[in-house]
Design a protein around this ligand. Structure first.
Ligand code: RIB
Length: 292
């Protein structure tokens, strides 16, 4: 069983020809309300790849809360440990334009989770093959989860996004960390290539369409990204993380796991919506074969 401790948001997506300038109003082309949140996206990614997945997190008592719970259940993600907290659910305002996205998250119920609640989920954590986290939860919640997992000997993956919630304590608590280039520079305060050497087989820096890099203790390994016809890059990092989690939980070697994750991410960008393009295992294996 994979446990994802993380955010659950409703994504309010607007697509426009160009990003408006400061003070400008522009006419958009599309508006959609789709499920998102880095935690939920990673949980859905792992479930579609065939893993048993459980989500720990919170939604609000608003209409979005019920829709988000139903959406996760429809993806076969166990939501018994998702709390429903008084008030609004998390939302993400996503602007899609010029082949890229700009996102503002208003965390809502996600930020009303407490470290004490994580103590009550000890049994759930202890029965997990691996626990996956991001930073759209309060830092004390992430820290308590990592501490509990370390004490129990349960492996963890921390996707330190967004990096503003990062604490240096996480460096020694998380088993694997998966920042993108920008997050890595913010986390380590130096060129990320140099930081890789300090965390062999523990730090994977994702490079968008260029793939990912890590250091295996002897060599720098660049796992190249696979070609994709990108439609919407929202959630590509989540597809990578969900797939990496699945691969490592199944005992794949680190490099093989990163290949698998890259293939999942390349497929995820080919459809609209953070969760819309999360591929199943058959598609990932076909893509790996296509480019092997
Ligand atoms: O990683 C993409 C996700 O970031 C979106 O689904 C949005 O909810 C934000 O959390």
């Amino acid at each position: 069983m994979i446990t994802v401790v993380g955010s659950i948001n409703m994504d309010l997506v607007v697509q426009a020809k160009h990003f408006p300038k400061q003070g400008e109003t522009t006419i958009g082309e599309l508006f959609a309300t789709v499920p998102g949140g880095k935690g939920a996206n990673q949980a859905v990614a792992a479930a579609r790849l065939g893993s048993e997945v459980r989500m720990v997190g919170a939604v609000g008592t608003d209409a979005f809360g019920n829709q988000l719970l139903k959406g996760l259940e429809a993806e076969s993600v166990n939501v018994e440990a998702v709390l429903q907290k008084e008030g609004a659910s998390g939302v993400a305002n996503i602007l899609l334009s010029e082949g890229d996205n700009r996102i503002i998250v208003v965390p809502g119920a996600n930020f009303r989770m407490t470290p004490e609640e994580m103590n009550s989920f000890k049994l759930i954590l202890s029965t997990s093959r691996i626990v996956m986290m991001q930073l759209e939860m309060p830092a004390p919640v992430v820290q308590r989860t990592l501490e509990i997992c370390q004490a129990l000997g349960v492996p963890t993956i921390l996707n330190p996004a967004p990096s503003e919630g990062f604490r240096t304590e996480f460096l020694s608590l998380a088993d694997v960390m998966t920042p993108n280039e920008t997050e890595a520079e913010a986390l380590f305060g130096k060129e990320w290539e140099k930081a890789l050497v300090d965390y062999p087989n523990r730090l994977v820096v994702t490079l968008g369409k260029d793939g990912a890099r890590f250091y295996d203790g002897k060599n720098h390994i660049h796992v190249k990204g696979l070609p994709a016809k990108a439609v919407d890059t929202t959630g590509a990092g989540d597809a990578f993380n969900g797939a990496l989690c699945v691969a490592l939980s199944e005992g794949m070697l680190f490099e093989e796991a990163v290949y698998f994750a890259n293939a999942a991410a390349s497929l995820a960008v080919e459809k609209f919506g953070a969760q819309g393009g999360m591929p199943d295992r058959k598609k990932v294996l076909e893509r790996l074969k296509e480019y092997s």
